[in-house]
Design a protein around this ligand. Structure first.
Ligand SMILES: NC(=O)c1ccc[n+]([C@@H]2O[C@H](COP(=O)([O-])OP(=O)(O)OC[C@H]3O[C@@H](n4cnc5c(N)ncnc54)[C@H](OP(=O)(O)O)[C@@H]3O)[C@@H](O)[C@H]2O)c1
Length: 342
């Protein structure tokens, strides 16, 4: 164990009921063990905070296993190689890993992807050039299929996925209407990301503002949130509209409980039938074989200034729980990333 660092880590102390609170997390320290053959010791530089982590805190059946109580919180990370027992990695290499909420970690070399810090800022591997950017790309390419002249609507539009959805839809010639929380976010998505219209979902006349911004109805609704946004979008869907169901963040704190009073299923299914709607859920990794296309196309769009991004960087691993709790309430402004070391 000589010279092995102490890893600072945030574990799941207890499962939340409803909104997560600080007491659901606990900071611990543990000495890192020695490396085995084929393993790499990493110092984590940046941790991505993402809405899916709320699901991992529940002990409910899902597409991925929950984090155990007492286990390190899961998460995508950018890290520097400290030492390596694999020929493919050397100290100083910068890699993408899935090491979770901690300062140091051991990873199988096979699970790492080397990053080129000269090609793009390394934080982009967690955002616009990483899982969220790919989610936007895959959901549009396979389900949304935007065409020139169509209207696309996306909420959480200043965030990691939504900002890319609107801009990529515009690259394919569609009109992009973004929904975001508050005037600052709305101004930003219109002025910086080039959305054609931006609507604040917190305004009292949100539904009528959305209808006015979509005079020809909605052809693609990229579903990120659910809740009252879905209620406002649903009556505006055109015949043959496509709805990639990417996320339902408005419901993540509800667990498996069914809070909806009125049963909307017959209404929704009638519309699916009469209007030939396509409502299709997806998890981005389903389209993993399209990642090389995404890296190539997204890098080109960024270099051409057609795909912009915004990052919201919080300093210090100890601040990750508060930042994550804020993400579920819309306090982040851009792709939320924790800087653990530099
Ligand atoms: N299917 C997949 O493979 C996949 C992969 C990645 C992400 N996702 C999903 O994509 C969605 C966006 O993720 P992201 O990483 O890009 O997060 P993000 O947009 O960077 O951050 C989350 C945003 O959600 C909005 N929000 C939170 N509660 C809301 C509510 N009750 N009603 C309306 N908006 C609310 C807030 O923005 P405002 O302040 O603008 O409301 C908040 O900033 C999430 O649902 C996530 O789970 C799915």
């Amino acid at each position: 164990m000589a010279n092995q660092p102490i890893s600072t880590r945030i574990v799941l102390a207890s499962r939340p009921s409803g909104k997560p609170v600080a007491a659901n997390f606990r900071l611990e320290r543990e000495a890192v063990r020695d490396l085995a053959e084929g393993e790499v010791l990493l110092q984590i530089l940046y941790l991505s905070l993402d809405p899916y982590m709320r699901g991992r805190m529940d002990d409910a059946k899902s597409y991925a296993k929950p984090v155990e109580v007492g286990g390190v919180m899961e998460g995508g990370t950018v890290a520097r190689v400290v030492s390596s027992r694999d020929a493919a990695f050397a100290p100083g290499d910068i890699v993408l890993s899935h090491s979770g909420w901690q300062s140091h970690a051991i990873s199988d070399a096979a699970a790492l992807r080397k990053l080129d810090p000269e090609a793009a800022p390394i934080t982009t591997a967690l955002g616009v050039l990483g899982m969220p950017g790919f989610t936007a790309y895959a959901g549009l390419r396979n389900i949304g299929k935007p065409k020139a002249g169509e209207t696309l609507v996306v909420a959480a539009a200043s965030g990691a996925v939504g900002s890319a959805v609107g801009q990529i839809a515009k690259i394919f010639g569609a009109r992009a209407v973004g929904i975001a929380g508050g005037a600052d976010k709305c101004d930003y998505i219109r002025n910086e990301f080039g959305f054609d219209a931006a609507i604040d979902h917190r305004s009292s006349d949100f539904a009528s503002q959305l209808a006015a911004a979509c005079p020809n109805g909605i052809d693609i609704y990229f579903e990120n949130v659910g809740g009252h946004v879905w209620n406002a979008v649903f009556p505006l869907l055109n015949d043959f509209a496509r709805v990639p169901v990417c996320g339902l963040i408005a419901h993540y704190n509800e667990g498996s409980s069914t809070s909806e009073g009125h049963n909307q299923l017959p209404t929704v299914m009638r519309a699916v039938l009469r209007q030939s709607l396509t409502i299709r859920g997806f998890i981005q990794r389903e389209f993993v074989d399209q990642r090389p296309d995404f890296y190539r196309e997204a890098a080109k769009w960024i270099s051409e200034g057609r795909l912009k991004y915004r990052e919201d960087i919080v300093d210090g691993l100890e601040n990750a729980p508060e930042a994550f709790i804020g993400l579920l309430e819309g306090k982040n402004f851009g792709k939320l990333i924790v800087r653990i070391a530099s």
